[in-house]
Each structure stands twice: as structure tokens, then as C-alpha cells.
Design a binder for this molecule. Structure first.
Ligand code: FPP
Length: 246
């Protein structure tokens, strides 16, 4: 773990890192367009950035990293683009399984995997099951994920328990809702990063981000490197989190 910043590096206090970072990996398409490349080339470059940033987060001691890989709305994209993203995920999961022993990263998927191509779904389930024993760093991959969909599922599950007489509506707590989400059992994100100049939440971790700090940058995701992450960490550390207090 680097204790001192190298020359020209943004200074970060590595003893005060966020526990959980969440990232909307945005701007792949625009990055590719700017270079006269097909959008799929942007996703391929974005997948490489994911590898770099996930590795760096593990190295510096970030406990949880959550990335938005495919939303419930992304099915509206051209079929060729959807297939390219699924293909990249397959490639990265196969590599993750190969490197698992060495990396010791736990992978968890947030989202309903049912509509995914069977091969990808099985790979995701296998990766999650085989990596469950690792405790160093947890990478959550949001796949066919939507924040509203997640909250709706929780509401349905709790309503069903009430209808069955197992619980009563007045007794329900925020913790009960949290426990029905894909993220059950893990701390809320401290820092949510969105690159590419967009300043929207786009249905990402709506419940969990209630007190998250947001960091926006104009850099497109394929160009988001370790130094960009250090800038985000430094910005996070410069803020005063009051959680509604004074
Ligand atoms: C948003 O950029 C990006 C996506 C919808 C796909 C993200 C997928 C990857 C980075 C590849 C696979 C992921 C992993 C975890 C290996 P955009 O296409 O909306 O960009 P634009 O706004 O410039 O069009």
C-alpha cells in the first residue's frame, strides 16, 4: 500500500479510504466515437479500465467495489451492442475464474440474471459460488440491474410476508428493506463515481446511495485511470459527511 504520493500524483490519505466505492462506467460510446471507432470498441476499452481499477482498488484496500455493467434499460440498445457487452462479460468472468486463486476477489452479481444468455448466467453463478470463500475485496457487478426494480422486488417480498401474516406492515423497518435488496449484508456505498460529464443517477443503487458522496468528472470511462481514481478519493476526503446531522 503506497504511504506517500509519488511526484505528480494526487495525494490520498490511504488510512481514510471509503469502504465502498460504486461506479457508473459511462462514456464508452462517446470515447469510441471520438476516435472514429465502433461503440463496441469503447466497451472493450471500458472492460480493460474495469480490470485496472478493480485491481487498484484491491491493492489499496477498498473493501467493496460495485460497478454498473448492464442496466434493466440497456436491453433497448441495438442487439449487436448488447451481444458485444455480454461477450465481454463472458470473457472477463472466464478470466476471473482462472485468476481466482491468486486474486482472492469475491464476485457478487446484483440483478435478475434470468433473462441473460444461459452460458453467461451459468458463468456468473459459478463465479459467485466459487469466489464466495474469499474475503479480501468484494466486487459487485450490476447486471440487468435497476434500482427501482430492486426496490419493487423488496416491496413485493415484504408485502407477501405481510399477506401471509408472518409480519405486520407497522413493524417493518428500513433494515428489513435493506435486507431484501441484492446488496443485503454489505455497507452502503460511501462514494459514487460517474465519469463522462453526465450528472445523473440513472437508476443506480437508489436506496443504498441515500448518504453517498457523488463525484463527477468529464473523463470518459475508458480513460479513467488510477490517477483519476486518486482524484476522486482526494475529493471524497475533502468533504465533510454529516449524515443529516450538523
Ligand atoms: C455505458 O457507456 C456503458 C455500458 C452500458 C456498458 C458497460 C460495460 C462494460 C464496461 C464492459 C463489461 C463490463 C465488465 C464488468 C467486464 P455508454 O455506452 O452509455 O457510453 P455513451 O454514453 O458514451 O454512449
Amino acid at each position: 500500500m503506497p504511504l506517500f504520493a509519488k511526484k505528480d500524483e494526487t495525494k490520498v490519505d490511504y488510512s481514510r479510504l471509503p469502504q465502498h466505492i460504486a461506479i457508473i462506467m459511462d462514456g464508452n460510446g462517446r470515447w469510441a466515437k471520438g476516435r472514429g471507432l465502433p461503440r463496441t470498441a469503447g466497451h472493450a476499452a471500458g472492460a480493460e479500465t474495469f480490470r485496472t481499477i478493480a485491481t487498484y482498488c484491491r491493492e489499496i484496500g477498498i473493501k467493496y467495489l460495485t460497478v454498473y455493467a448492464f442496466s434493466t434499460e440497456n436491453w433497448k440498445r441495438p442487439m449487436a451492442e448488447v451481444s458485444a457487452i455480454m461477450g465481454l462479460l463472458k470473457k472477463y468472468l472466464m478470466e476471473a475464474i482462472r485468476d481466482m486463486e491468486k486474486e482472492k476477489v469475491r464476485f457478487v452479481f446484483f440483478g435478475d440474471l434470468t433473462p441473460l444468455p444461459a452460458e453467461l448466467r451459468e458463468l456468473a453463478e459459478e463465479t459467485q459460488a466459487r469466489s464466495a470463500v474469499y474475503e479480501g475485496c468484494q466486487v459487485n457487478i450490476c447486471l440487468n440491474y435497476g434500482g427501482r426494480d430492486e426496490i419493487l422486488r423488496a416491496a413485493r417480498a415484504l408485502a407477501a410476508e405481510c399477506a401471509e401474516g408472518k409480519r405486520s406492515p407497522e413493524e417493518l423497518t428500513e433494515e428489513d428493506v435493506s435486507n431484501c435488496l441484492w446488496s443485503a449484508g454489505i455497507p452502503d456505498p460511501d462514494l459514487v463515481i460517474r465519469p463522462s460529464g453526465e450528472e445523473r443517477i440513472s437508476n443506480f443503487l437508489l436506496w443504498q446511495s441515500a448518504y453517498a458522496e457523488y463525484y463527477f468528472t468529464d473523463v470518459c470511462w475508458p480513460d479513467f485511470d488510477k490517477e483519476e481514481l486518486r482524484k476522486a478519493l482526494a475529493a471524497y476526503q475533502s468533504r465533510s459527511r454529516r449524515f443529516g446531522g450538523v
